[in-house]
Write a protein that binds this ligand. Sequence first.
Ligand code: SAM
Length: 198
Amino acid sequence: MLTFIYAVLTCVMLAVVAFNEYYQRRMKVSPMPTPQSTRKAMLNGIHQKSPKVIAELGSGWGGIALAAAVRYPQAKIIGFEGSLIPLLFSKMRLLLHPEIKNVTFENKNFFESDMQDVDVVLCYLSNPHMSQLEPKLDHELKCGAEIVSSTFYMPHWRAREKATVGGLYDTDIYIYEKTEAPLPQSLAPPAAAAAAAA
Ligand SMILES: C[S@@+](CC[C@H](N)C(=O)[O-])C[C@H]1O[C@@H](n2cnc3c(N)ncnc32)[C@H](O)[C@@H]1O
């Protein structure tokens, strides 16, 4: 009987590892979680007193979204996550906190989701993700919206602030604010460039 249980557990673990590896390749980034000290510093970077909608792009295991939900109980927090295992884990975490009612974790590609209602974007992604996100956020976010990115910066926007969290290794946090000044036309997403040219 014990051997059977070990065999089942081993199969489950192998399946989890294989799934994770598959999604890591698909998402082009590992679901590495942000440590608590960095999470706190990221939330401290938000200037808005009562943001209505906070989106975490690539919410991983749910730590940042849940911390944001506690800090901003009046806000609606949306965690976008395309990788199945971290997504299920964060949904389970949410079930263990029935007092937290303002978070949803969505199995969606954030590049395909409209960000026009979002007041604050939180992310910890990669350089290629930031290059792809920059024109999208420039086009969709309203003025005054804030973006707080751990480790990775946008190639053209100038950060409003940069903070560094010390620890085993230093982590930089870049904070941006959407202003009237648009990106140069050549950097706008194709749909925006076509609309501007029409
Ligand atoms: C480095 S992890 C960060 C996790 C979490 N934000 C944190 O800091 O603890 C990046 C996450 O983004 C997710 N991701 C990457 N691209 C995505 C996309 N286009 N749509 C949804 N999720 C994505 C990955 O699956 C991964 O879990």
